[in-house]
Design a binder for this molecule. Structure first.
Ligand code: UDP
Ligand code: MG
Length: 334
């Protein structure tokens, strides 16, 4: 049963965003006001900025915002841990204080006004609402092609993803309580939410260019995210390796039989060449297979360490107070 006027927390990860934060913070604030004026969310809704170990003045800006307006809250990670961990830290912080969260990047690329349709979907009974880009015209050709290749590849790898959905999404606190029970350290949130289940839907919006500042997602980061996504959610690469291994083994066996049969008629030198190329082929294949297994063993190793997924070093005063109150209520068994 959705709350009549849910308390919404907008979760905004920020890494070196001093150029764009002063532009987008008032836009988030205005959206909160509009939704609350329309009676769709509670007036006590908040924007929570998660500073992900920025090296510029981002944290200072967040502190100033929160000192000036109680609707802005801030928390800082102890160091840069990456986008996924920053969003996760914000969601875990928010889940005990609000009814719904909406995570969104701080650069204004995702249409902030799509939040209204997300909240409407919540009122219709959905607990997860995925923000989906209706087109990628504003992305560079390179970004568009690699991103689309990524979704296709992930679907081949049998990882369930919402096409063209990144991390702009609404999630109810009930969903987040369940998400907290997923213990993985290598986070890939857009793969985790579909696993949680509950009633969900998508809201389509136009994605624009960054309002200011620069992207932090170069190709190397995207490859890293893809490997995280595949290895955290799918053992398909191992299955493919087993199939390839079986197939090449069969080819090797046939080649061996052919060679044995033709031993009498073909010159020894020709046979030598065939054998060397076969050995090279198998060596390459075995190395690849061992590498794939190695990635999974490495992942397992990291997961068994069960290191903390985020470490909060600081909170703005209002958030600190809310946290202490929540902790006191938990202690009192309320
Ligand atoms: N971000 C973060 N930690 C990082 C890198 C990025 O919290 O290590 C944040 C960043 O401030 C932004 C969001 O993640 O709010 C998405 O980053 P960006 O806009 O650079 O990525 P792109 O939209 O180009 O994929
Ligand atoms: Mg961006």
């Amino acid at each position: 049963m959705p709350a009549a006027k849910p308390v919404l927390w907008i979760i905004v990860p920020c890494y070196n965003e001093e150029a764009v934060l002063p532009i987008t913070a008032p836009l988030f604030r205005a959206e909160l006001q509009e939704l609350s004026d329309k009676g769709k969310i509670a007036a006590s809704s908040r924007v929570l900025f998660v500073n992900d170990g920025s090296r510029d003045s981002t944290w200072q800006i967040i502190q100033d915002l929160s000192a000036r307006d109680e609707h802005f809250l801030g928390m800082a990670q102890s160091r840069n841990r990456g986008h996924q961990n920053a969003v996760f830290a914000g969601l875990m912080e928010a889940k005990d204080h609000c009814d719904i969260t909406i995570s969104i990047d701080c650069d204004g690329q995702d249409d902030i006004h799509a939040m209204e349709a997300m909240v409407d979907a919540y009122h219709d009974g959905c607990e997860i609402v995925y923000g989906v880009r209706s087109h990628r015209d504003t992305d560079t050709w390179f970004k568009r092609t690699t991103a689309q290749g990524f979704y296709r590849f992930m679907s081949h790898m049998k990882v369930e993803l919402i096409y063209n959905h990144a991390d702009y999404r609404l999630a109810s606190s009930r969903v987040l309580q369940v998400l907290a029970q997923y213990r993985e350290v290598n986070l890939f949130l857009r793969g985790m939410f579909p696993l949680v289940g509950f009633k969900s839907t998508s809201v389509y919006y136009d994605r624009s260019s960054r309002l200011a500042g620069q992207s932090h997602y170069p190709l190397s980061h995207m490859i890293h995210l893809a490997v995280d996504g595949i290895t955290s959610f799918s053992t398909e690469p191992m299955n493919i390796m087993v199939r390839c291994g079986g197939l090449t083994g069969l080819i090797g066996l046939i080649a061996l039989i052919v060679n044995l049969v033709r031993l009498a008629s073909v010159g020894e030198a020709a046979q030598f060449g065939v054998l060397v190329s076969l050995i090279l082929f198998f060596a390459g294949l075995i190395l690849t297979a061992v590498g794939v297994v190695g990635i999974y063993v490495g992942r397992t190793y990291m997961e068994t360490k069960a290191r903390p997924r985020y470490i909060i070093s600081e909170r703005t005063p209002a958030l600190e107070k809310a946290e202490q109150k929540e902790a006191g209520e938990k202690d009192a068994g309320l």
